[in-house]
Design a protein around this ligand. Structure first.
Ligand code: SAH
Length: 232
């Protein structure tokens, strides 16, 4: 290790956290502000949440790099810019209840928990969910609800949601997610198999067809898997 001039031993914990805070500030400036992220609340959340706590120990010094990283179970923690972009598209003001599909490392979950009243997060992989739960609980978040399930069915008991974010890509938008969106709510989701399209769906009426779809940018996420296909 020892990349980026960071000593790996003999370092006081407060020095380590100070270094990490500096890397985080640089990330916010170069990767987010310079690329057009403007929402001050989103920028403040990415400035605050210690991303290095959500990566595997061997990647701690890479946590603020401009890209995704492996988190185990063949999954990845999303690139900081994509986390910021997707969060900004949700237009969170504070009072919202948000559904997240694909907890993964729990990093995006923490960002949402900073910006909304309640976060309902669903993850298919039990091990990843447990690790995320431990990290987020240790950090003191008490507005997050966890569920080990196939998130393409949403979370019917907790619906409707003001905002829904999906961080794994289905071939098509799962209808349950649009159904569980409140009128006026926003859904941000990558769609497609290999070449994916990040979409913003805004629901303006009670019917699932009462929604506008906007194509934002090409992206590459891991596939949204379903229990059905896996025979579980
Ligand atoms: N936001 C996460 C992204 C993790 S990658 C982060 O930044 O860490 C996507 C995650 O979606 C993986 O953890 C994967 O296990 C999960 N996933 C895939 N299919 C799913 C499904 N049908 N329901 C819930 N989670 C799913």
């Amino acid at each position: 290790m020892g990349t980026k001039g960071l000593p790996t031993n003999g370092q006081a914990p407060e020095d380590f956290e100070t270094r990490m805070a500096l890397l985080r500030e640089e990330m916010v400036q170069r990767q987010l502000i310079d690329r057009g992220i403007r929402d001050e609340r989103v920028l403040a959340a990415l400035r605050k949440v210690p991303r290095h706590r959500f990566v595997l120990p061997e990647y701690v010094y890479d946590a603020y790099d401009d890209g995704p990283l492996p988190i185990g179970a063949c999954q990845t923690i999303s690139q900081p810019y994509i986390v910021a972009l997707m969060t900004e598209l949700l237009h969170l003001q504070g009072p919202e209840r948000v559904l997240e599909v694909g907890t993964g490392s729990g990093y995006q979950t923490a960002i949402l928990a900073e910006l909304a009243r309640e976060v309902y997060t669903v993850e298919l992989e039990a091990d990843l969910l447990e690790r995320a739960r431990q990290v987020l609980t240790a950090m003191g978040y008490n507005n997050i609800y966890f569920r080990n399930d196939d998130g393409s069915a949403g979370w019917p008991e907790a619906a409707p949601f003001d905002a829904i974010i999906v961080t794994a890509a289905p071939p098509e938008v799962p209808p349950a997610l649009i159904e569980q969106l409140r009128v006026g709510g926003r859904l941000v989701i990558p769609v497609g198999s290999w070449d994916q399209d990040l979409r913003l769906i805004v629901k303006y009426g009670p019917e699932p067809t009462d929604s506008t779809v906007q194509s934002i940018t090409p992206v590459r996420f891991v596939p949204l898997r379903t229990r059905r296909y896996e025979g579980a």
